[in-house]
Design a protein around this ligand. Structure first.
Ligand code: DUC
Ligand code: ZN
Ligand code: ZN
Length: 470
């Protein structure tokens, strides 16, 4: 038995001073202050002056993803350890199927990569990069038998992961029949590829052109099209990933006003970083921030960052994930020297989401409970893990983040940085709070500024259907 004493429990419903009793892998009881006096525990965590919240759930990571001629640089071992350092106790990573490949073989490969490697619990979504009859059958099979109930399609990356509208419609129809969620990378990749070719032909090869050739209009258009296709496909639940643009978010808001099963996420990079301050840095440095959807310019008519923060408050954006897809500068991002289109797309951030979003609480952009809701509770409900995950309550897994609001965190390669990357996308950021102690299913994995977990502790989570739908 372990007692976490003196802290303020923060659930999505709000903060309340309570002691938390952990028995084995689960939360056994909550006590009002002073009421746990008779309880004998063999371990005590002093949370006086600290917040006690459900462990973070990052529903968008890409460990070891083969992409752009290389592999994302975090393995499940290094990536889940870094996640633990960041107060994250569950990730949902994307298993991969590409055109001509077998979906179940892709899922088996992801199990092989993760099995016995993870510091924290993990689930999988399935990328369907080649919609054909066999893939459609697999959508149903994975949903019904494998605990994989969400499927990502790409409207971008023609020739790599792209699905055309007919393929999307067919996959959506199948998902609608079995209750699965369709996740969408919403960018018009066909138009983007024209702009990319034109830029390169003009000699515009620097990283900033990654941003210029992916204008927000092409995110908004694809978002709109995905929403229409989802409606035609029988109102399949649609979850638009990594939203970066105010104009695209308006499409989500309109669909939701219309009563549709449309959900969306954004990521800390879109809330805190701009094209001017990152991609547009001189020389090749901007490659550090090449990801898709791209970081957006400031001061446009769409007010991207203000809109995203507002969307988080109104629930048009329900979740903050990271799209953790790390690449080192050396030998990886460098593949795109002289040609921005060859820079592997991705930013690593699984370690920093809880920190960066807490800073939104400090700056008054989010409430404390909305921080927990968007980073812990809604991810669990959206992807079929609630109330086992995402809440501090009796019966839930004892996935707990003790957060210290009195001590700062400085992010940077020579400061706090445990991801397998040779740079930090958030170098020099200071957050007015700190990960103090982290429990994964009742086991302490982070304490006293040290990782004390073990590889292989993390278990695969078979997920149910989304719990936002009746
Ligand atoms: N976007 C990225 O930035 N990386 C991997 C895939 C994606 O959609
Ligand atoms: Zn994507
Ligand atoms: Zn992604």
């Amino acid at each position: 038995m372990m007692l976490i004493t003196g802290g303020t429990v923060v659930n999505a419903t709000g903060p309340q001073p309570m002691d938390v009793l952990v028995d084995g892998e689960q939360i056994a009881a909550l006590y009002a202050p002073g009421r746990a006096e008779g309880v004998t525990a063999d371990q005590t965590v002093d949370a006086t002056g600290k917040y006690v919240l459900p462990g973070g759930i990052d529903v968008h990571t890409h460990m070891e993803l083969p992409f752009g001629g290389t592999f994302a640089s975090d393995t499940f071992e290094t990536g889940t350890r870094a996640a633990a350092w960041g107060g994250v106790t569950t990730i949902v990573d994307f298993a991969l199927q590409r055109t001509g490949e077998d979906v179940q073989a892709g899922l088996a490969e992801w199990h092989r990569k993760a099995d016995g490697e993870c510091a924290i619990d993990y689930g999988f979504h399935q990328i369907i990069g080649g919609v054909d009859d066999a893939a459609l059958k697999s959508i149903r099979y994975l949903t019904e038998h494998e605990g994989v109930t969400s499927f990502k399609l790409f409207m971008a990356y023609p020739g790599v992961l792209y699905s055309d509208d007919g393929q999307i419609l067919r996959a959506m129809q199948t998902a609608a029949e079995c209750g699965a969620m369709i996740m969408m990378h919403a960018e018009n990749g066909i138009a983007i590829d024209v702009l990319v070719a034109q830029a390169l032909a003009r000699g515009d090869t620097d990283p900033v052109h990654h941003g210029y050739t992916r204008p927000s209009e092409l995110e908004a258009e694809a978002t709109h099209r995905a929403i229409v296709l989802a409606k035609v496909a029988g109102n399949v639940p649609l979850y638009v990933v990594h939203m970066s643009a105010g104009d695209a978010l308006e499409e989500i808001a309109a669909a939701r006003r219309d009563g549709r099963n449309v959900f969306a996420e954004t990521c800390p990079q879109y809330l805190w970083l701009t094209l001017e301050d990152t991609l547009a840095k001189p020389g090749f440095e901007g490659a550090k921030w090449v990801c898709s959807t791209p970081l957006r310019p400031k001061n446009t008519e769409h007010h991207h960052q203000e809109s995203l923060w507002q969307g988080l408050r109104t629930n048009d954006l329900a979740i903050v994930s990271t799209d953790h897809c790390p690449f080192c500068m050396k030998d990886q991002k460098e593949l795109g020297l002289g040609d921005f289109s060859k820079i592997p797309n991705g930013i690593g951030g699984v370690e920093h989401r809880m920190e960066l979003m807490y800073q939104g609480v400090v700056t008054g952009q989010l409430t404390l409970e909305r921080w927990v809701e968007t980073c812990c509770t809604t991810p669990a409900r959206m992807f079929g893990m609630y109330p086992r995950k995402g809440i501090i309550a009796p019966g839930a897994d004892a996935d707990v983040l003790v957060w210290d609001p009195t001590r700062p965190t400085t992010i940077g390669v020579n400061d706090k940085h445990h991801m397998n990357m040779d740079y930090s996308a958030y170098e020099g950021f200071v957050v007015d709070g700190k990960v103090d102690t982290v429990l994964s299913r009742g086991t302490v994995v982070i304490e006293d500024d040290a990782y004390v977990g073990t590889k292989g502790h993390g278990r695969f989570i078979e997920r149910e259907l989304s719990q936002y739908l009746v």
